[in-house]
Design a protein around this ligand. Structure first.
Ligand code: B1M
Length: 224
């Protein structure tokens, strides 16, 4: 079992989706995250062990390498695809309640802003780390964040902004959420966003990269 989990983690870290995927070249013709996850389930490995012992390990490794500029966006996207192929086999178990997620994360790019590449990376990394992700998409206003916050009372909220002009909307959305749910945790990020801005607008956490957001969520999950 250990060996199988290691192989799945390796596929996720290096973006090997399935047997027919040509990437990475040194794994051509080998089974990927897709087949190996199915094999693990069929061999009786628990869903929790696959998630924590393989997918989270692989996503964490790639997240740390990305933060350290050892890999770049295309590699992370391949890892996310491999992770999604594995997750497709796990999802029915989460849906049925047979396996549990660590928590819920509601994410969106703020009103007026259509940039979603960074937001998607954050969402995929967080999903790969065992959280349910409610992705509200782009151009999301305060009302939609509020409604999602009501639907998911335990959900931590994540806001992404890529434009200096939409940082103003980020501030408004944080205020809208905090006015109604003062204790709701909000994590913010995006290229123009800073730690100082985070403090100024009363958000709870700023992360410059997906891995920081994962670590923040993990710290909350451990605390509860
Ligand atoms: Co736009 N754009 N863009 N753009 N665009 C920028 C952001 C810009 C810096 C380019 C420039 O002028 N040099 C500039 C913003 C200037 C500013 O405000 N300071 C800009 C502009 C001006 C515009 C338009 C206004 C252009 C125009 O129409 N005149 C327009 C605005 C449209 C709108 O949103 N209303 C516009 C449009 C577009 C495209 C649609 C063409 C396209 C977006 C496609 C898409 O996202 N689907 C686009 C792109 C691609 C860019 C650049 C080139 C790349 C952005 C990107 O995806 N980076 C960008 C210039 C650049 O950065 N080189 C630019 C890669 C991505 C992985 O990084 O999003 O920073 P990033 O996410 C990172 C972190 O920030 C962090 O993690 C991610 C991974 O490390 N992170 C979080 C992000 N969200 C997080 C949330 C968290 C935690 C971490 O917690 C919740």
């Amino acid at each position: 079992m250990e060996e199988l989990l290691k192989q799945i983690a390796h596929c996720v870290e290096f973006g090997k989706i399935n047997n027919s995927s040509p990437y990475p070249p040194d794994m051509k013709g080998q089974d990927g995250a897709d087949e190996l996850t199915l094999k693990a389930i069929e061999s009786g490995v628990s869903i929790d062990d696959i998630l924590t012992g393989a997918l989270i390990v692989g996503m964490k490794n790639v997240g740390v390498k990305f933060r350290e500029n050892k890999v770049f966006v295309p590699q992370v996207l391949m890892s996310a695809k491999a992770m999604s192929a594995a997750m497709a086999h796990l999802k029915p178990y989460f849906a049925s309640g047979a396996a549990k997620r660590k928590g819920t994360f509601i994410i969106g790019t703020v009103e007026g802003d259509l940039h979603d590449i960074g937001k998607n990376l954050v969402a995929m990394m967080i999903e790969g780390n065992g959280f349910e992700v409610i992705d509200l998409g782009v151009d999301v206003n305060g009302e939609r964040f509020l409604s999602a916050a009501e639907d998911h009372p335990e959900g931590v909220i994540g806001l992404s902004a890529l434009l200096t002009t939409t940082m103003v909307n980020m501030e408004k959305i944080v205020k809208t959420i905090k006015d109604k749910f003062p204790d709701r945790k909000i994590c913010i990020g995006g290229a123009p966003v800073t730690e100082d801005f985070c403090r100024k607008i009363n958000a709870d956490f700023y992360s410059p990269d997906p891995q920081g957001a994962v670590e923040f969520l993990n710290s909350l999950a451990i605390a509860t």
